[in-house]
Design a protein around this ligand. Structure first.
Ligand code: PEP
Ligand code: MN
Length: 338
């Protein structure tokens, strides 16, 4: 951590900043230039609140040099993490994975039709929510465990893996037999108790970025899961809330290369929630692959307009098939397979 003092900082101010740093348990190396003094704090700075030092009199700014996350940081596994599933499928590495399915599991017919399409199009993961975090308590809340059982059956029939959202700790145990990958939704990215509990599970977790979360906060949330011993974490950029209103969210494509630089964890692009609009999903899916996404998550439905949730952003099955063809070309152009 670097503390830069103001140009006219007095010796007294500098000494009291040094005292505060020493009291916080770090070693201080002082450099005095012709106009300014710089204090380099070395030691256990991860848990320190930078603002506390910024507020000390005579301080210009405080800058962290080492990341506050350790397990999620690139240095922990410079070669990158490849999350492996029991049937041999992977997320991370050279092949771009595809996770597709409805926003919500609605009935047997719906999910079996979608599973057949997902498999035929060459994707490996079937998604569908059984517990839905809806903005309105009056909207469809999902079928719960019975719905998950149907999706699991459909996935098994086509050798697909299931990805589904867990909203609270009590759901983990009953979901386990029917879930290959637990999704933590944007609204729960900072549900730290849930994250800790998922650290005890030995199944991969797909962690979505919160709508107002920074990338650092996303990585700190993944640290909660990893510090419990579950290193199979997959991050997901699904759009953040900005002042722009032409799309439901603003899909932060740049988060993809940023995450690759800062972390070894794979990252998924979700253009469905990222845009909220069917007509823009293909463009952003291709952009995400071009930017280095390790997987794409996309909502599809045979009767997209009538989907029980997120209809406006859901692709028809033919649109998904077309997108898969286009994604293969983009993946090849950036040296990946799909
Ligand atoms: C979903 O995947 O259907 C979902 C609710 O996602 P998010 O948490 O990103 O809104
Ligand atoms: Mn959805």
């Amino acid at each position: 951590m670097i503390v830069a003092m103001q140009e006219r900082a007095t010796e007294e101010q500098i000494d009291s900043v040094i005292d505060a740093l020493v009291e916080a348990g770090v070693n201080v190396h002082r450099t005095t230039g012709s106009t300014q003094t710089i204090l380099a704090a070395v030691g256990p700075t991860a848990g320190l609140d930078l603002t506390k030092f910024e507020l000390l009199s005579g301080v210009l700014y405080v800058h962290r040099i080492t990341a506050p996350y350790k397990l999620a940081g690139r240095a922990f596994r410079p070669e990158g993490t490849v999350v492996e599933f029991p049937n041999g499928a992977k997320i991370g590495g050279n092949q771009v994975a595809v996770i597709a399915g409805p926003c919500a599991i609605e009935n047997r017919d719906q999910i079996f039709t979608i599973a057949a399409c997902v498999k035929a199009a060459g994707a490996g993961f079937l998604r569908g929510g059984a517990f839905k975090p809806r903005s309105s308590p009056y909207a469809f809340q999902g079928l719960g465990i019975p719905g998950l059982k149907i999706m699991h059956e459909a996935a098994q029939a086509h050798d697909l893996l299931t990805v589904t959202e867990v909203m609270e700790i009590s759901q983990i145990e009953p979901m386990l037999p029917y879930t290959d990958c637990f999704q933590v939704g944007a609204r729960n990215m900072q549900n730290f108790n849930l994250l800790r509990e998922l650290g005890q599970v030995r199944k991969p977790v797909l962690l979505k970025r919160g709508i107002a979360a920074t990338i650092e906060e996303l990585l700190l949330s993944s640290e909660y899961i990893m510090s419990g011993g579950n290193y199979d974490v997959i991050l997901c950029e699904r759009g953040i809330r900005t002042y722009e209103t032409s799309t439901r969210n603003t899909m932060d494509i740049s988060a993809i290369p940023v995450v690759h630089k800062l972390s070894h964890l794979p990252i998924v692009g979700d253009p469905s929630h990222g845009t909220g609009r069917r007509d823009m999903v293909p463009a952003m899916a291709k952009a995400a692959v071009a930017a280095g996404a390790d997987a794409i998550l996309v909502e599809i439905h045979p009767n997209a307009d009538k989907a029980a949730s997120d209809a406006a952003q859901t692709l028809y099955l033919e649109q998904f098939e077309q997108l898969m063809r286009e994604l293969r070309v983009v993946a090849a152009a950036v040296g990946r397979t799909l």
